[in-house]
Design a protein around this ligand. Structure first.
Ligand SMILES: O=C(O)[C@@H](CO)OP(=O)(O)O
Length: 230
């Protein structure tokens, strides 16, 4: 049985400040580094050997991945980084405090922005002018994304880079972001559009799937530590 592990990065400075983050490159806090280390320790005990690690181009995920690989003694494996695994783009909301937006726009609007499948946050005027995206045409870079839009750029990555590896029996580790992982969980577990708003992914908490040769779930386990907070 092949194994797929999903892991959300440790706490970032923006998580700590309760700010919308998306593609903002917020670094890990000390607590975030600790959570990554703890996730690595939990994974080491499973003795899973990975063939590849997939992550985004955002430093909170890359740093978490580095810490985990070090902890599990597998820093030698290939690490693939793709903007397709970036967090969902929060558009003009990024940098704003979530509680402040609740006061100004109301709980219902904030719940839609944060957890609905199709609601698009307010657009930024321009796409991100950051050199890590310069190789891509403006037309494919978002100015804000619903979870559905994020899913539409994440699933092709799954189909091209992850599923073929799993079908060859190669265990895969994905270190990414709350909504990137919600999109993948929705796809893997075939969760309805209306039900996905109830799915939360905690920082630094590995989710292990055992999959059969058609990539159907045989077993799922969440490795919680005593510090896991949803
Ligand atoms: O701000 C963000 O980018 C995400 C993840 O931290 O937050 P939320 O839980 O609101 O989708």
């Amino acid at each position: 049985m092949v194994k797929l592990v999903l892991l959300r990065h440790g706490q970032s400075i923006a998580n700590k400040e309760n700010e919308y983050t998306g593609w903002t490159d917020a670094p890990l806090t000390k607590k975030g580094e600790f959570q990554a280390k703890e996730a690595g320790e939990l994974l080491r005990k499973t003795k899973i050997t990975f063939k590849q690690l997939h992550t985004s181009v955002l430093s909170r995920a890359i740093k978490t991945a580095d810490i985990v690989l070090d902890q599990i003694g597998q820093s030698n494996i290939p690490v693939l980084k793709s903007w397709r695994l970036n967090e969902r783009h929060y558009g003009a909301l990024r940098g704003l405090n979530k509680n402040w937006t609740r006061k100004v726009y109301g709980d219902r609007q904030v719940a839609l922005w944060r957890r609905s499948f199709t609601t698009v946050p307010p657009l930024m005027d321009e796409t991100d002018n950051d050199r890590r995206y310069h190789a891509y045409p403006q037309s494919i870079l978002p100015r804000a994304e619903s979870l559905k839009m994020a899913s539409d750029r994440i699933i092709p990555y799954w189909v091209d880079k992850i599923a073929p590896q799993l079908l060859h029996g190669n265990n895969q580790l994905i270190v990414a972001h709350g909504s990137t992982l919600r999109a993948l969980i929705k796809y893997i577990e075939e969760i309805d559009d209306e039900e996905i708003d109830g799915v939360e992914v905690a920082n630094g908490t590995p989710i292990i799937y055992e999959l059969d040769n058609k990539l159907r779930i045989v077993k799922e386990k969440i490795l919680k530590s005593e510090h896991t907070i949803y």
